[in-house]
Design a protein around this ligand. Structure first.
Ligand code: MBD
Ligand code: FE
Length: 303
């Protein structure tokens, strides 16, 4: 069909609308339908292909994998780049880079002041300490900032979604101390892979892609009067470091990882074996009225 004929069909379909409804929803849905009609025409999508796609979407929803698919197809990274661009237009540059939240945050983690232990005795994996300060963009420490941290275990699995782990395992909220400092003890995560046999893996395979992330640690960092930072740090040396299925690795988010072996340091940290240590500061931007929200509302699990 030619474009004029397609446009006439689209007009008829939109003509069924009334003054009621939501203008924003109308604008977005109508645009997506238009783009899909053109796609079907130009790629000569067959009815069997269309209904296979509808069925795929049903399966993806039933298995609760849309959050994963949004990350894997690059939508979540694209939203980050658009937020970066909006900030740059307002002169908000520098600071700690943002990167995607992902679908595995759980609200309600235990909160402590200054420091926390994220794991429990006997948690498998190399001991990891991470510490630093929360800073304002003038370099001054932010006391009372909230550092929410969550990461996968030695099998790449997240508590809550992996029911074999304890409640809030490897998830904590740390309030920065009077000097803006935070510090935690945990164990080294490994990279997450999408559920085998699931909807995300299925589409990635058809695209000739893998569904693995490099090892990483997630953060929300927030303080009154400042833009909330959603970010991650990566574990340097991971084979997937620059081959993340969710495109979240960014310059500035791969801190140096130091192996501590000095017996006095082991004693001071109350550990028996050499451990990994990461120093990392978070720099937040002052809030600016004209910018889109950095604290993004999104349905999230809570426990
Ligand atoms: C993760 O751990 C993650 O961080 C993202 C973005 C997607 C899937 C799993
Ligand atoms: Fe993750």
């Amino acid at each position: 069909m030619d474009k004029k004929t397609i446009d006439a069909v689209l007009k008829k379909i939109q003509g069924a609308e009334s003054a009621a409804g939501n203008p924003r929803t109308k604008a977005i849905v109508n645009r997506i339908v238009q783009d899909l009609f053109y796609t079907i025409e130009e790629l000569d999508v067959q009815p069997e292909e269309f209904w296979a796609a509808v069925n795929y979407l049903t399966e993806a929803g039933q298995s609760n994998e849309y959050g994963l698919i949004a990350a894997g197809l690059g939508f979540e990274h694209f939203l980050d780049l658009r937020m970066d661009a909006a900030e740059a237009r307002a002169g908000v540059v520098g600071g700690t880079p943002r990167t995607i939240e992902g679908p595995l945050y759980v609200a309600g983690a235990p909160e402590t002041l200054g420091e926390a232990r994220l794991d429990h005795d006997g948690e498998p994996g190399e001991v990891l300490f991470m510490q630093g300060q929360v800073l304002a963009d003038d370099g001054k420490p932010l006391a009372g900032a909230l550092v929410e941290v969550w990461h996968a275990n030695h099998l790449g699995q997240y508590s809550y979604f992996d029911k074999s782990q304890r409640d809030f395992n490897l998830r904590r909220s740390i309030r920065s101390d009077a000097q803006g400092r935070y510090r935690f003890r945990s164990v080294m995560p490994i990279g997450y892979s999408v559920p085998p046999g699931g909807a995300t893996e299925k589409i990635l395979k058809l695209l000739g892609r893998h569904g693995t992330r490099p090892a990483h640690i997630h953060f929300f960092v927030s303080a009154p009067g400042h833009r909330k930072l959603t970010t991650q740090i990566n574990i340097d040396g991971d084979p997937y470091l620059w081959d993340d299925f969710a495109f979240a690795t960014r310059e500035g988010l791969v801190p140096k990882l130091v192996r501590i072996t000095d017996p006095a340091a082991l004693d001071a940290h109350q550990v028996q074996a050499p451990f990994a240590s990461v120093d990392f500061n978070f720099t937040l931007h002052a809030e600016q009225q004209a910018l889109p929200h950095a604290d993004i509302a999104r349905p999230r699990a809570s426990a």
